[in-house]
Every structure is written in C-alpha cells, then in structure tokens.
Design a protein around this ligand. Structure first.
Ligand code: PLP
Length: 454
C-alpha cells in the first residue's frame, strides 16, 4: 500500500468535497509564509527524531507500534473535516462509521446485543464500565487482581467505591479461591477480570469466574484493553491458537473494554467500551442545551461520559476494518504472527545458557532474565538494567527492550534457584506486537544473548 499515493488522494478528495461549498480566501490572521513554515518544520522534524524506532522489530519493548497505513489515511482524510463524534450534528458520517466499527467489535466478542462506543483510551473506557457498575450496585465494591492495570484501583478512588485487590496464582492470574472468599463477605458488586494483563499478557480465567457471578450476584467486567483482539485466535489451529474457553466466556460477561490503539492497528485515541445490556444507556442520561438538534436518533454523546471525541478515530478504525476486519482471517493473521514470534523466542530462551524464561508467554509478551553468577535477585536486577541500557545505546545494532519489576515471592516461587537478597527484581520484558517480529526474533535473541553474556 503506497502511503504517499493515498495521502494525496485523501487531500484531493477533501478539496473536491469542500470546493462544492465555494472557495474561501485565507484570512490574514492565519497566514504563515512558506519560508517561516519551512524553518519551523525543519526544527520540528529534527526534534521528532528524538524517538525510539517503534516501527522496527528491533524495538521489542513496550506496547508501541505505528498505525496501519489505512488508519493513517482514514484519520488524515477525516481530520481535514474534523468531525466531532459527540453528536450527529458534529459528524453524521463518522458517527455511523463508529456504530459499524463498534458492532464489529461486539460481534468479535460474541455479543448478540450491545451498547457501546469508542473512547479516547482504555482508561476512560474502563472508567465508564466501572461507573455503570457502581450505578447498578450502589454501595458495593469492585474486585480486580493485583496484576490488573493500576487504573482500576485509581478509578475506584475517583468513583468513590471500595477497590479490592485479589492475589494471583503463580502464572499471574486472579486466584479464584481468594476471590470467592472476598465475595462471601458481600462487599463486592463487580469483578474485573483481565484478558491479557499489561505486564505479561496473562489471561485470567473468565470462564471459571462466570460461575461465581450467578452464585454471588456480581457483575463481571472484562478488561481486554490489551488482549481483546487475541479472541481471534481462540480455538485456532496451529501453534498460535489459544485455549478457547476464557475467550468464548467473554461474550457472556456484562461489559468489555478493548483498545483498538493497542492491537487494532490504530493511532492513539481509540479505546472502546461495550455493554451487553443496552438498557444501561439510562445511566448516561443528560440534557445538553447545545447539541442534539439535527436528529432524534441516539447521539453517541448521549451514551458516553466524554463529550468531544475525534470522528477521525472512528473513521480510521472503520477504514482499517474494511481492509483487515476483526476476523480470524483478517486481523487475526497479524496477531498470530506476533504470537508465533513470542513462542519462538520463548523456545530459544529456554535453550539458552545465558537467559532464563520467566514464564511461558500466553499471548505475545515474553518475560525473561539473565542467568547471573551468583543467581541473586540483586544481580538479576542489575543485569536487566544493564542489558536494557546497553541494547538501546548500541550504535551499530541496537535493540530496545523494557523491564518489569516482579516481587521476590513470585520470582522465587517460579524460580527456586534464585536467592532472594532483595524484595524483588526487574526482569526483561518484550512485547512482540508487530507481525514483522516473526522473521526477526532469531536475531533479536542472538543480540540479547550477546548482551547477557557481556
Ligand atoms: C493499556 C491498558 C489499560 C489502559 O488503557 P490506555 O489506553 O493506556 O488508557 C487498561 N487496562 C489494560 C489491561 C491495559 O493493557
């Protein structure tokens, strides 16, 4: 796909449309001369180079990668119009695109009915899910695992509800016995399960937790901000396939959050929240004296806590889904490649004399550490920091990793040969979310092994 060609098409298409309303002369207050623009742009583009190469598989650190060219073209073409998806008055075309894209997300998770919308982020999407949870279970708390994203604890504070952190098992997934003990107190109205934890991509047992919903009358919210699109690999053939049960169970849960700006090939500014019961829209009811005048149809701002939202984000997602739909044969193929890369790397690490796998990757995140001598937590921690730094600053063949702090208890439970001389250690963590990682991972491994040996 030729990005330049399509960007030019986007600009031309906007000009063709806008010229139909009559030409306008640029107002002098907005005029900038080309020479000044060129100078500012030169500085600007130089400053932008102070970045890590997120697009390249040698960047195997955090959850970062550029959007798909279709998303770039969709976003830019729409930004030239700049619709606001708050109301149909603000952008009828992109409101419709948002509805269609959200429907595709709901279908992907197996929701027969839904109410949902895009958000600016997973944070806001989760806030909305917890807000609705509070309205349905006033006075009750929210339970989430200690591996859940920190936003849940913080948003409980914002919403004025009690948050309960539930311990995890040795794979970093919510311990359901501990959850049940908590539910017996009657203090919890909603359980948050994470399908793909941010740290290591652990998938919490959504299927098993569903039984507790009936027994204790709680809501179940699934935070699949990171992992959601992996549902496309549930039950798939081949090494990338995932155990189907927890993913199939998501379709029975009360609400779901997924971030198209993580695994949906979108630029930042694209999260989503879905509710299984459309009647929760009543909690959003408000009157706006400013908007909602062109149509009696539901405006997206009437079912959202945010007001202004980029219509361009919806357009970018819609255009991307036309080309790479959220199906096993569409977007699923891109996720499968990243997952195969993670499995391949885990295999190489397991055979290595210099690196140790922290735990088998459940999705596309690999956790590992250097085998130091002596094998103490403080040595492992120092080695992680050194490898991270040395990898990034290598002038010839850099690699970009990230670190993850793990407590001593969990580290030594999983790796009894580690001596706990500190209360925890940083390990190395690589998110292999680019399909290109699959053909690069052998080199990546060789480089990290070299760094570990040094
Ligand atoms: C990334 C993430 C969030 C926060 O989403 P943002 O889009 O960064 O605001 C919440 N939960 C999980 C599991 C995540 O991975």
């Amino acid at each position: 796909m030729d990005l330049r060609y399509w960007l030019e098409e986007a600009v031309a298409s906007n000009e063709a449309w806008s010229s139909g309303f009559g030409r306008l002369r640029e107002h002098p207050s907005l005029k900038v001369d080309d020479a000044r623009f060129a100078a500012a742009f030169a500085t600007f583009s130089e400053r932008l180079k102070d970045n890590y190469p997120f697009f390249h598989p040698r960047y195997a650190g955090q959850m970062l990668k550029p959007p798909h060219p279709a998303a770039v073209v969709g976003y830019l073409a729409t930004m030239l119009i700049n619709p606001n998806n708050h109301a149909l008055d603000g952008g009828p075309a992109t409101a419709e695109m948002e509805r269609e894209a959200v429907q595709q997300l709901a279908t992907m998770f197996g929701y027969d009915t839904h109410l949902g919308h895009l958000t600016t982020s997973g944070t806001v999407a989760n806030l909305e899910a917890l807000f609705v949870a509070r309205e349905l279970h006033p006075g009750k708390g929210v339970a989430y695992s200690t591996e859940a994203h920190y936003t849940h604890g913080r948003m409980c504070g914002v919403l004025g509800v009690e948050g309960h952190a539930v311990p995890v098992d040795d794979r970093g997934r919510m311990d359901l016995d501990a959850l049940e003990e908590l539910l017996r107190t009657g203090r919890v109205g909603t359980v948050v399960l994470t399908a793909g934890t941010t740290a290591l991509g652990a998938v919490e047992p959504v299927d098993e937790a569903l039984a507790l919903r009936e027994r204790y009358g709680v809501r179940i919210h699934v935070d699949a901000a990171y992992g959601g699109f992996f549902t496309l690999l549930a039950g798939a053939e081949g090494p990338a396939g995932l155990p189907a049960a927890p993913w199939r169970a998501i379709g029975q849960c009360d609400s779901i959050v997924v971030d198209p700006h993580k695994h949906g090939l979108q630029p930042y500014g694209c999260g989503a929240v879905l509710f299984r019961d459309p009647s929760v829209g009543r909690f959003y009811l408000h009157d706006s004296p400013y908007t909602y005048f062109t149509s009696d149809d539901l405006h997206l701002g009437e079912i959202s806590l945010e007001c202004s939202r980029a219509g361009a984000a919806a357009a970018a997602l819609w255009l991307t889904f036309q080309l790479l739909p959220p199906t096993p044969d569409g977007l699923g193929q891109a996720l499968a490649a990243g997952r195969r890369a993670a499995l391949r790397w885990a295999d190489l690490i397991e055979k290595s004399e210099h690196l140790e796998l922290y735990q088998p990757p459940e999705l596309d995140i690999v956790g590992y550490f250097a085998l130091t001598e002596p094998l103490t937590l403080s040595r492992v921690d120092a080695a992680s920091a050194r490898i991270l730094q040395a990898g990034m600053t290598d002038p010839v063949d850099p690699v970009f990793l990230s670190t993850l702090r793990v407590g001593a208890g969990r580290l030594t439970a999983r790796h009894p040969k580690l001596t706990a001389d500190a209360d925890g250690a940083r390990i190395l963590r690589s998110v292999l979310m680019k399909p290109e990682s699959e053909s690069y991972v052998d080199h990546l491994h060789a480089r990290v092994e070299e760094l570990a040996r040094a």
